[in-house]
Design a protein around this ligand. Structure first.
Ligand SMILES: [Zn+2]
Ligand SMILES: [Zn+2]
Length: 270
């Protein structure tokens, strides 16, 4: 039985997630990763200290981004009617502001992003959601290209070596039981200590708990009693299937369980 059949989710969550996936896949199919999105200058070498994106900016095709943005807004009106008013205002955002908001989203410059959004009278949560999902496929392409041309194996931070994004999902590998975090923004996976909290860095074993969910073996929560943070985990050693990591709606129930128990995450854009 698939994980989808074992857990029941609100229909809107599934519709929104599937809608976003199909809209974003269009961009992934239309663009050639090595062409434009990641194009470091000749002779450029990654220093291994800061995420790649801090020295090589992704080139985002603004026309394509605007088309994607419009599709996401249309989807929101049907799946999240409470944001319909904000969707209308977002649709009317002028070209200059749009380009700046894309830029700030890519760089994670939230105060600058929120300043513009506030001036436009749009709810930051709705705006953050739409822009996050608009830049995401471009960051995925950027990441795919960067991964294949750089050695990112030495990175051990709790944020992504490619784009600086945070993880909300991790995978414990079948063979050696090592844990890889997956970037929410660009999808890159990197190795992180199993016995350390990816949110606050706490490595006191007595306050780190692996919460196994009886109904869904292989899909669990790693929580930290120190910062009350959590990360969702696909554990391949106990039957978890890594393909589930591509299906965001499939693990939303883990967020609900974590929140019910008082744990939180810094991401929550999905
Ligand atoms: Zn990333
Ligand atoms: Zn923690």
């Amino acid at each position: 039985m698939s994980i989808r059949e074992r857990v029941s989710l609100p229909r809107e969550v599934i519709r929104l997630s599937e809608g976003l996936r199909s809209i974003q896949e269009e961009v992934l199919h239309l663009t050639h990763p090595n062409e434009r999105v990641f194009s470091p200058p000749d002779g450029w070498v990654w220093d291994g200290e800061q995420p790649v994106i801090t020295s090589v900016s992704p080139s985002v095709d603004k026309v394509m981004a605007r088309g994607l943005f419009r599709h996401i807004l249309e989807l929101l009106v049907t799946c999240k009617p409470e944001w319909a008013g904000d969707a209308g205002k977002l649709k009317a955002v002028g070209e200059d502001d749009f380009c700046r908001l894309i830029e700030y989203t890519i760089k994670g410059e939230n105060p600058d992003f929120n300043r513009i959004i506030k001036t436009l009278g749009i709810a930051p949560e709705a705006a953050g959601f739409v822009f996050f999902h608009t830049v995401r496929p471009f960051l995925k392409l950027y990441s795919m290209a960067a991964c294949s041309s750089l050695n990112l194996d030495e990175w051990m931070e709790n944020y992504c070596p490619v784009c600086g994004g945070k993880p909300s999902l991790a995978r414990v590998e079948r063979g050696d039981g090592r844990r890889y975090l997956k970037c929410d923004h660009c999808g890159h996976e990197w190795l992180f200590r199993l016995l350390a909290c990816p949110r606050c860095g706490n490595d006191d074993h007595s306050s780190l708990v692996f919460l196994r969910i009886e109904e869904t073996p292989g899909y669990e929560l790693h929580v930290c009693e120190c910062c009350h943070g959590y990360i969702k985990v696909v554990n391949e050693k106990t039957g978890g299937d890594r393909r589930v990591m591509e299906d965001e709606a499939a693990t939303v129930y883990l967020d609900l369980i974590a929140e019910q128990q008082g744990y939180r995450t810094d991401t929550g854009n999905a």
